[in-house]
Design a protein around this ligand. Structure first.
Ligand code: NI
Length: 280
């Protein structure tokens, strides 16, 4: 009974927040409006996660202890591979490789097609896969899915997935919607789990490595999904600082798949996730 009341109140709060978000103007990737979006995600996740858990029959190998889970995090990079020189995406890969850290890159298909960058960026996506990074689908050219129909959304995802698979040999099986679009119609259209975030560095806005570093170090905890963009040199600078600092603090940087597998939390199509949560 208590639980029912809690779930109903959570749904009501979610509905209110979703309405508020729906009235927001669409803006680049992350804005001051994001905290509301994140809160809405948090409220809904509380309801949906217990429902999907029973579908997992056998728990995966418990390779991580309870304490370990507090130290697992996923860094994610959107919108790349970059079209700058030197490539900020390559600089980020260099740092991750140096420290044996993993991350997830949500790639935009169109960045594998520009005549001046096609060959270089195809090689970069291949390197991402070879280094054990996870590659997710961030659409072909970054439209707002919340304003599109199901067939248009899927054309965007298929076109990007074809380009990513051709470049890397791996077809992405997770999606990050441009602008974090998460309306129900959008989720209904996407036959993949949608991965959002709970730490928003606003790196695209500040282009300030120290601010990005501070945002991460102040907010990080186990299960976090951190949002950055590999398009900027300032982000590559921040990665050079933050990766060793996180490791020094005992964190292990893993891919989205590795994070959720460790938490024993199944990733389900048409659902969205903003962090990994313990399964009780
Ligand atoms: Ni984006």
């Amino acid at each position: 009974m208590k639980k029912t009341i809690r779930i109903i109140s959570v749904l009501l709060v979610s509905a209110m927040l979703m309405t508020a978000c729906g009235q927001e103007e669409i803006q680049p990737e992350s804005t001051a409006a994001e905290p509301e979006t994140t809160r809405a995600a948090e409220s809904i996740a509380e309801v949906t996660v217990p429902d999907i858990h029973p579908t997992e029959t056998e728990p995966t190998q418990p390779t991580y202890s309870e304490t370990d889970l507090d130290k697992l995090i996923a860094i994610t990079f959107d919108d790349g591979p970059s079209t700058n020189r030197p490539s900020s995406t390559e600089r980020i890969l260099d740092t991750l490789e140096k420290y044996g850290a993993k991350a997830t890159f949500f790639v935009q298909g169109i960045n594998l097609t520009w005549p001046d960058f096609k060959d270089r960026n195809t090689a970069i996506v291949k390197r991402e896969a070879e280094l054990g990074m996870q590659i997710g689908n961030h659409s072909y050219d970054h439209p707002n899915f919340d304003k599109m129909g199901s067939s248009e959304i899927n054309e965007q995802l298929d076109k990007a997935a074809d380009l990513i698979e051709e470049a890397s040999g791996v077809r992405p099986h997770i999606v990050r919607t441009p602008y974090g679009a998460q309306k129900q119609n959008t989720l209904d259209a996407i036959d993949y789990p949608v991965i959002l975030w709970n730490i928003d560095t606003l790196d695209w806005d500040t282009k300030d490595a120290q601010k990005t570093y501070n945002e991460i170090m102040n907010k990080v905890k186990g299960g976090s999904i951190i949002l950055m963009h590999d398009l900027y040199q300032a982000t590559a600078d921040a990665v050079e600082m933050v990766v060793p600092a996180l490791i020094e603090r005992g964190y292990k940087l893993v891919t989205i798949d590795e994070l959720f597998e460790a938490y024993g939390q199944p990733l389900v199509s048409h659902q969205y996730y903003y962090k990994a949560e313990r399964q009780d």
